[in-house]
Design a binder for this molecule. Structure first.
Ligand SMILES: NC(=O)c1ccc[n+]([C@@H]2O[C@H](COP(=O)([O-])OP(=O)(O)OC[C@H]3O[C@@H](n4cnc5c(N)ncnc54)[C@H](O)[C@@H]3O)[C@@H](O)[C@H]2O)c1
Length: 427
């Protein structure tokens, strides 16, 4: 090949779930990639298409196809029953799983079983048992299986991690984080699957991951309280808000505690799309971050704070007019998906001397977004859900201890000496 020849390779993606997150991040990712391709020095230019989608009813997929016009290629749309099985018969290189979180496992296992690379929305799966099966299946089939945590790509969080890695901020002591979603999420957007669910699994998991990834350490215990009565019954199994506490231990022999407060019942006329704030305290410093108040406050008569919010996160995912006049949609929520596409492209079309298996190994165990990197995050989610379930059955204030001699996750009910083993292997 001469220097002036550019090799153009192709990738085809499949999408499972066409809901809110599809519209926010996957849609612009697929549209940008379709129109402009993606580039990686290890592969050259990659042309990328969305080949097929799967959803419950196909309604949103049809509306999207109509609205998008020539912004996107034509694609097949499959609906239940067995929408995923039908999608997997299609010629796709990778599958994006963005169904409600308690339906990730089945879709992921089916995609891996069909030999496809997979990227799963957070939280990857809801138990360590499921996680073990997914890891084993991905290794067995030699495919990439990755999890999306876009907060790791937020420039503010990258700076925090850089300060920690460079020992500028020394030894984490404590932290608190909050992420509050509007009522429209629990009241209408998620009405189909909200029964029995909680906002902790849905959004605290962003901060569980950020804490786990940024500060390292070993998870030692999990506790959680919560409130009910707005989304569901006051004594029911659907939660309005949760307060999760994680305790971590570090090589120094010292501990840190983190509190993560979440809800999905914030008034819809709140001035931002969501509220997101963190504070982390160190031996020698303090980090205060606010993802919503990064400097912009905008008021528009008859629009703010409902159709446009007063404060906006233009870093996550924004629609812009570029200086040259082009209309774009960009941000770290989309960047994280482009990175995954580059990884798949490298595995399938890399131009270096490595074999496909070597490339898979390089991007799997030990790599930041590999499914196996999610162990402590999934452990925290499994423990939190078990604690909330116990609360519903009349046992509030339980605690789950991690990696005891009796098991990897052991739940203790107040007043009962014997623990319940949720997961027997080490986390
Ligand atoms: N990264 C983020 O910030 C972020 C934000 C929102 C949601 N999410 C995650 O994305 C996932 C989906 O959330 P959402 O907000 O898009 O939900 P949603 O309710 O808006 O959409 C869910 C979609 O899944 C489809 N679906 C449901 N069951 C299915 C099945 N059995 N087979 C095929 N399709 C099925 C529905 O038809 C719908 O298209 C969740 O895991 C959530 O945690 C991530």
């Amino acid at each position: 090949m001469s220097d002036s020849t550019v090799a153009i390779r192709k990738l085809k993606g499949g999408m499972v779930g066409m809901g809110m997150i599809f519209d926010e991040t996957y849609r612009p990712f697929f549209e940008n990639a379709y129109q402009e391709g993606i580039y990686d020095p290890r592969t050259g230019v990659i042309k990328l298409e969305i080949a097929a989608v799967a959803s419950r009813t196909g309604g949103r997929a049809a509306r999207y196809k109509d609205a998008a016009g020539n912004q996107i290629n034509d694609f097949a749309s499959y609906i239940e029953p067995d929408s995923i099985g039908q999608l997997l018969n299609h010629d796709v290189d990778f599958v994006c799983v963005a169904t409600p979180d308690d339906r990730h496992y089945e879709a992921t296992m089916a995609a891996i079983d069909a030999g496809k690379h997979v990227i799963i929305e957070k939280p990857s799966v809801l138990s360590m048992q499921q996680l073990d099966s997914v890891i084993a299946a991905a290794r067995n089939k030699q495919v990439l299986c990755k999890v999306v945590y876009h907060k790791l790509f937020d420039p503010d969080h990258k700076k925090l991690r850089t300060f920690v890695a460079d020992n500028i901020l020394q030894h984490i002591n404590t932290g608190y984080c909050t992420l509050l979603e509007p009522k429209q999420i629990s009241g209408s957007q998620f009405a189909e699957w909200i029964q029995g669910r909680n906002p902790g699994t849905y959004v605290a998991v962003h901060y569980i991951k950020l804490i786990d990834f940024t500060f390292g350490g070993k998870l030692k215990s999990i506790s959680c309280s919560g409130q009910r009565g707005i989304v569901g019954e006051a004594d029911g199994h659907t939660w309005d808000s949760t307060q999760l506490r994680l305790v971590y231990g570090y090589e120094s022999g010292r501990e840190a505690a983190f509190d993560i407060h979440t809800s999905w019942v914030t008034p819809d006329n709140f001035p931002g799309y969501v509220e997101q704030e963190v504070q982390f305290r160190f031996d020698n410093g303090i980090w205060n971050g606010h993802s919503r108040k990064r400097g912009v406050e905008c008021t528009v008569e008859e629009k703010t704070p409902l159709s446009i919010k007063n404060s906006m996160n233009n870093h996550y995912n924004g629609t812009f007019m570029e200086p040259d006049g082009r209309r774009t949609q960009r941000g770290y929520g989309i960047e994280v998906l482009e990175e995954f596409a580059r990884e798949v492209a490298y595995v399938e079309h890399g131009t270096d001397d490595r074999s496909r298996d070597e490339r898979i190994d390089q991007l799997s165990a030990g790599f930041y977004n590999d499914i196996a990197s999610d162990r402590q995050t999934v452990a925290a989610v499994q423990a939190m859900e078990a604690i909330l379930d116990q609360h519903v059955s009349g046992h509030p204030d339980c605690v789950v201890r991690v990696n005891e001699s009796g098991g990897g996750l052991v739940l203790y009910i107040p007043g009962q000496a014997e623990g319940i083993v949720l997961y027997k292997h080490q986390v």
